[in-house]
Every structure is written in C-alpha cells, then in structure tokens.
Ligand binder design. Structure first.
Ligand code: ZN
Length: 198
C-alpha cells in the first residue's frame, strides 16, 4: 500500500540515493523541502544542476573546479615546482586552510586498495607522472595514514625515486586512519613542516 502520493514518493526515493540518507532521513528531508518557500527550492535545485553540469577536473591538478584551471594552479605566486599529492579535494582544502603551503597540489581521487579492487590505474597516478616531466623539484605525499593511504604513498615513492625528484611524506602526528579534513590546522602544519624524505 502506498502511503504517500506518487510525487512525494519519487522525492523520497531520489533523496535516499544520497550517502548517509536512510529511508527515515529521506522522508524528513522530503517534507522539509515541501514546506520550504518555492523560491528556495528553486535555488537549491538550480545549484544542484549547475554544479553538476559545470564542475570538472582542473586540467593540471585534477581538483574540482568550474574553469580549465583551478584558482590555485592559476595563481602565479604559487610555487609550481612543489607538488603535494592528496587523495581528494577535501584534503586539499584542509591544507589550504593552514595558509602555510605555497606549492601546488595533485588530487588522486582515491587511494590504491587491493581489498576494494582499486588499482594504480583507477586513480590519477598516470596524470601525476605526466606532470613530473616539467620542472618539479619536490613531491610531498600527503595521503591519509590508512592502510590504503600508506600503500599509495609507497607505490608513488617507488615510481618517482628513479626520476631523481625529491620525494617526501608528511610526518606522523596525523592520527592513523584519520581523515585529513577532520584534523586541525596546526597538526596539519606540523605534519607538513616535519615531512621526511623517502
Ligand atoms: Zn588545479
């Protein structure tokens, strides 16, 4: 038996696709939306659509942006000879918030995980290697301290070593398995300052 009308059911169904949104939360959100002023709902749906349609990968660092190059890669005062490798755009933002890093980034969009069947070809590793053809002096690996992050760090350092480019890894102090985005800025700054050469 259907408790709600078709349109309401459809809305609940679409909302429950989102991660962390179970059936109950989806219902709650649906009724909240139905009570919102129409203008606000229009704004929300337009923001969803326009973000999805216009946001793409930066041509250089592969973070999410809405132009060819992200603001960091476009900024001439950033040191493009220093590349920090992170797993996702949220980690990049965490480092940006420290306001202490002047280099550029490379976003892998994941980490190597044999358990989940994610191999080197499934993340932006080839793209990183292509960038190293330029004048890069140091690659700082800032993957998470999870098993996947460590595996990825090791893999990358093995790939880069033969090129003669300096490879370093952010220092410990970042809790094991901790998502970078939840770590405070001071801890991240210390981890960056105390990076060790591999
Ligand atoms: Zn970029």
């Amino acid at each position: 038996m259907e408790y709600y009308s078709k349109q309401i059911n459809k809305l609940i169904e679409e909302l429950s696709i989102l991660p962390g949104i179970g059936a109950k939360s989806a219902q709650r959100l649906a009724f909240h939306i139905l009570n919102m002023p129409k203008e606000q709902v229009r704004g929300l749906s337009q923001a969803l659509l326009s973000a999805r349609e216009n946001v793409c990968y930066c041509d250089s660092c592969y973070t999410l942006t809405d132009s060819e190059l992200c603001p960091i890669c476009k900024n001439p005062s950033r040191n493009s000879h220093m590349i920090m490798v992170v797993e996702n755009p949220r980690d990049l933002v965490a480092y940006e918030k420290t306001q202490k890093y002047e280099g550029v980034y490379h976003v892998l969009h994941g980490a190597i995980s044999p358990m989940l069947g994610i191999g080197p070809g499934d993340i932006k590793l080839k793209e990183l290697m292509n960038r190293l053809q330029g004048e890069v002096e140091e690659v700082i690996i800032a993957t998470n301290s999870s098993l996947e992050g460590e595996t990825t760090a090791m893999y990358i350092s093995k790939l880069i070593k033969p090129t003669g480019i300096k490879v370093s890894k952010i220092a410990s102090g970042v809790p094991v398995g901790g998502d970078l985005e939840y770590i405070d800025e001071m801890t991240l700054f210390r981890a960056l300052e105390g990076r060790v050469e591999l």
